[in-house]
Design a protein. Structure first.
Length: 149
């Protein structure tokens, strides 16, 4: 089965909202002004993207950890070790200025996609996993790229 379950697709797409919203507030100054007045500075531009991106990298470490539980022996040990990398990446590299943080997040999400592929290739992730992860990762990287332009 390579068709993405509807619930996973809908929730995955909903998880893109902070990235897309942040990009839109960078492209449309009037939207940023509205967001600043209504939501506050944390929830516009790169700030919402960087905070949320850090959370998502950490969340995805947990997802990969879950995949590692499907393995045994050395494969499981390697899986557990690899699964913590996205959270550690976010912890150690995200936090400087918005431009460098966005660049590090982009690399973090590209690295996460490589880890997703590895777990999927080993049969630890669902058959449809890469279809969803590629779609979501492309949007995330595109939105974060707007922050560095």
């Amino acid at each position: 089965m390579t068709r993405i379950p509807l619930s996973a697709l809908c929730l995955g797409l909903a998880g893109l909202i902070p990235f897309v919203w942040g990009a839109l507030t960078l492209v449309f100054p009037s939207l940023a002004d509205w967001g600043l007045r209504v939501l506050g500075a944390r929830f516009i531009g790169p700030y919402v993207q960087l905070a949320y991106g850090t959370v998502i990298l950490s969340f995805m470490s947990g997802v990969l950890w879950g995949f590692a539980t499907r393995a045994t022996g050395r494969e499981a040990a390697v899986g557990y070790a690899l699964s913590v990398l996205p959270a550690l990446w976010a912890f150690f590299f995200i936090g400087d200025g918005p431009t460098s943080a966005a660049i590090y997040l982009i690399f973090g999400f590209i690295g996460l996609l490589a880890l997703d592929w590895s777990f999927w290739r080993q049969g630890l992730a669902p058959a449809w996993w890469m279809h969803l992860r590629v779609l979501l990762s492309v949007v995330v990287v595109a939105c974060l790229s707007i922050s560095i332009l």
